[in-house]
Design a protein around this ligand. Structure first.
Ligand code: SF4
Length: 229
């Protein structure tokens, strides 16, 4: 019996096809990282390490860097050794624990981190193909995927709104800006959700679970008294 045309056969679970799409994006990111990293004289891992070290305002320990990058401690150590040798990173005594070492970027490392941080711009331009409502839905989906990966221990805790002690989901009646950031004391909507906010303060496990349930709709929203913003 002849096989039906591919267009008529079962395409399989949508989750699997989304995962395939995300893996294609991952391939594009990796290819772009190598293209961009070479001329700068660093590897993609070294470039990522530099961006993560720069983002840590208090300095960063090696074990935390490894977790943030999702690599082993020896791999992170090799990347740091190379960055130190190239003059992009320096090791200092950790102000919070005199026996520990904190990593910081040097001025030239700071310049390079700024340049490499914009590499994902090619991806942002591709995302521009989405209209605004599609982009918001996509962002919500990404937030859920990132948070789930975090819960599974597949990635280190990320600086996301939905795990932030300052995040108050669905406390305003304005459907465009129903959430509140207590850090800046301002209302905002899903379109402004952050995936890497420098002001994020991790919520406790219990508080994060409550925040998640309210934001994702599993729990009735807690409207602020007279909240209208
Ligand atoms: S501090 Fe940052 S991560 Fe936290 S709620 Fe405000 S914008 Fe979101």
């Amino acid at each position: 019996m002849p096989r039906p045309p591919a267009s008529e056969s079962d395409p399989g679970p949508i989750g699997q096809r989304v995962a395939v799409g995300l893996s294609r994006v991952g391939v594009a990111l990796k290819a772009q990282a190598w293209t961009q990293a070479g001329p700068e004289g660093v590897t993609p891992t070294q470039a990522q390490a530099l961006v993560v070290i720069k983002a840590a305002r208090e300095g960063l320990r090696l074990d935390r860097l490894a977790r943030q990058l999702g690599v082993t401690a020896p791999t992170a150590s090799d990347a740091v050794a190379a960055l130190v040798a190239k003059g992009f990173v320096r090791r200092e005594r950790d102000a919070r624990d005199g026996r520990a070492v904190a990593l910081r970027v040097t001025p030239s490392g700071d310049d390079l981190a700024r340049r490499v941080a914009v590499w994902p711009d090619f991806l942002a331009r591709a995302v521009d193909a989405l209209d605004e409502s599609e982009a918001v839905v996509f962002l919500r989906g990404l937030v859920k995927i990132v948070r789930t990966l975090q819960e599974q221990g597949a990635i280190a805790p990320q600086r996301i709104c939905v795990a932030c002690t300052h995040f108050r989901p669905h406390v305003h009646v304005d459907p465009a800006r129903p959430h509140h950031c207590a850090f800046v004391d301002a209302a905002f909507g899903d379109a402004a959700l952050r995936l890497d906010c420098v002001d994020q303060a991790p919520a406790t496990v219990a508080a994060a679970a409550t925040i998640w349930a309210r934001w994702s709709g599993a729990e009735a929203p807690a409207r602020a008294e007279g909240g209208t913003s």
